[in-house]
Design a protein around this ligand. Structure first.
Ligand code: PBG
Length: 323
């Protein structure tokens, strides 16, 4: 093998044309998914204080928003709903006229080509803020499955293109697949939040979605941040149960997990660059401490380089205009 002075790695870095020619990773607008928070009511556009630039929108304001997203070339959105009424079993999550079900219909009328992914979980809809049914202070796995399946089915009935369970119950992918297949929705894919960690990076989201647990935490169902082998078991199980796309979440602090999943499985892989990742960059950029555009594009590149095909990011709209 050649070495210096015959070999000079800097030769291929001499100008932008050369660098572009040998570039290994490319981030494209087509890789991005933009999250949207939807509230009940009308003419509502509420700022989310820990996520500058993001809003909770009511249904009537969605058409304008999704037209802009589609115009930017972003192929997909993921929807989160904030209902007016919460109860013990998250009834409004699977109500046929729930906030998300109505949002899907409104969006599909305006921009039928824009892919609508729906987050399937109960935490925004339960009075206790947990992702499932609570029995004696503990989230009951098997009692939750039926409700998740009902929720996913109601999203498909409203016109969702992809359903994305984020609850971390065992067996949810199987339950959802059965419910979809049993009702004529065999062609609706499941994007499973397969390796979803307990994370302090979700803080701003919980403000945005009003979904913070009212007691305890999510450690008995979300993954322990210390583990990566377990992430492979989670992904494997979701694939066995029928997941079409798998996800690692958060993204930036878990690049090693993204890489492991990419090297082990052949399924399309998504990564969720979560609210805390967005908030950190926004806060630093506001102080003038970092170059926001450069930093965001570097982060997205790192997530793709680690092996993600799809990136869910609150920066999707800004990134689309920068790319
Ligand atoms: C719901 C859900 C959460 C996120 C996505 N779906 C929050 C949680 O698990 O508490 C977090 C997204 C983000 O922080 O951007 N289960």
């Amino acid at each position: 093998m050649n070495s210096f002075p015959q070999l000079r790695l800097r030769r291929l870095r001499r100008n932008e044309a050369l660098r572009a020619l040998v570039r290994e990773t490319k981030v494209e607008v087509g890789d991005l998914v933009y999250p949207l928070f939807v509230v009940e009511g009308s003419k509502i556009k509420q700022k989310i204080s820990s996520m500058p630039g993001l809003y909770r929108l009511s249904n009537d304001l969605l058409p304008k928003e999704v037209e802009e997203i589609a115009r930017l070339g972003i192929p997909a959105i993921i929807l989160f709903g904030i209902p007016q009424k919460k109860d013990e079993v998250g009834s409004s999550a699977y109500h046929p006229k729930g906030v998300i079900q109505q949002a899907i219909r409104a969006i599909k009328k305006t921009t039928p080509e824009l892919l609508v992914i729906t987050d399937v979980c109960l935490c925004e809809y339960t009075s206790h803020g947990h992702c499932g049914v609570v029995v004696d202070g503990y989230v009951d796995n098997d009692k939750t499955l039926g409700l998740l399946a009902k929720t996913a089915l109601s999203h498909a009935e409203a016109g969702a293109d992809i359903v994305a369970p984020s609850d971390m119950m065992d067996g949810r992918v199987k339950a959802i697949r059965q419910a979809l297949d049993g009702n004529g929705f065999q062609d609706i894919p499941i994007l499973a939040y397969a390796a979803k960690y307990v994370s302090y990076f979700y803080g701003p989201f919980r403000e945005a979605a009003e979904s913070a647990p009212q007691f305890g935490d999510r450690r008995s169902y979300q993954m322990d941040p210390h583990n990566w082998r377990e992430a492979l078991r989670e992904v494997e199980q979701d694939i066995v149960e029928g997941a079409d796309i798998v996800m690692v979440k958060p993204a930036l602090p878990y690049l090693d997990v993204i890489r492991k999943v990419r090297d082990t499985f052949n399924h399309p892989l998504a990564a969720y660059s979560v609210s805390g990742e967005y908030a950190m960059v926004k806060a630093a950029a506001k102080q003038g401490w970092l170059d926001e555009k450069g930093l965001v594009l570097e982060m997205l590149t790192a997530i793709k380089r680690a092996g993600a095909d799809i990136i869910i990011t609150y920066y999707a709209k800004e990134a689309a205009s920068w790319l």
